[in-house]
Design a protein around this ligand. Sequence first.
Ligand SMILES: [Zn+2]
Ligand SMILES: [Zn+2]
Length: 264
Amino acid sequence: MKVIVLGSISPYPKDYLNCPGYLVINGEEKILLDAGNGVSRLLKMPEDLNCLTIVISHFHKDHYADLFALAYASFVYHNLGLLEERIKVYLPNDDCLDLKLLLDMKEHYFDIQTYHADSNFVIGDTKISFMKTVHPILTFASKIENKNQKIVYSADTGIGVKRALTNFAKDVDLFICEASFIREHHKESISHLCAYESAEIAALAHVKQLLLTHFWPEEEKRLYLEEAIPIFRNTIVAQEKEIIDLDIPYQYQKNRDNKKKILF
Ligand SMILES: [Zn+2]
Ligand SMILES: [Zn+2]
């Protein structure tokens, strides 16, 4: 599997940085984990809409706002005859206005289903499962696995589910984990993680690689990396357009000069 980072910051997009979105590619199948503001501008149109499944972790708008742009893109490309299949969209089964609004968008060539903590979906040879996190609204971490590789995306979470998230991410090839804060700015948030906390979970879970994300738009990404690396060495920070190819061993990927790549 391959992961392309489409968005790395929250809660607002800035310059060429977008709100959360990670495109997982497994052969023909593509799974977009969250569709935050600006994510659609990095998708290849209309190719990336073919065989696309979108999984939204929760109804905070910076995690799903671009669903509206994708609905219009899907609508137009279908009308042009360039798209055949409907885009599958999985939404948390949360009783809220956001869900009702999105369910009304079905005619825009979305095939919408809701999910809960015990749901399992199979897409081609890929399975998706979920874990409820700690956050002000119903939020799910997700796990994508094929027979060779596993990816876990933490979505938004507080440290209250440290043990459960550690178990959920056990031995995965890639752990995409939020790091909303660095330690000095951490105001005892119960709904987000610090970079050092994400690194602790990665170390306890023995993941192969940690991808930190969900950064404050005004903060330097290097600070999150510097906080995490002493705790978990195989850490990289999410950067828009970066491709993490799980078929290439980490030591080769590591040749990328992380310092050189952190331009902001
Ligand atoms: Zn959130
Ligand atoms: Zn968020």
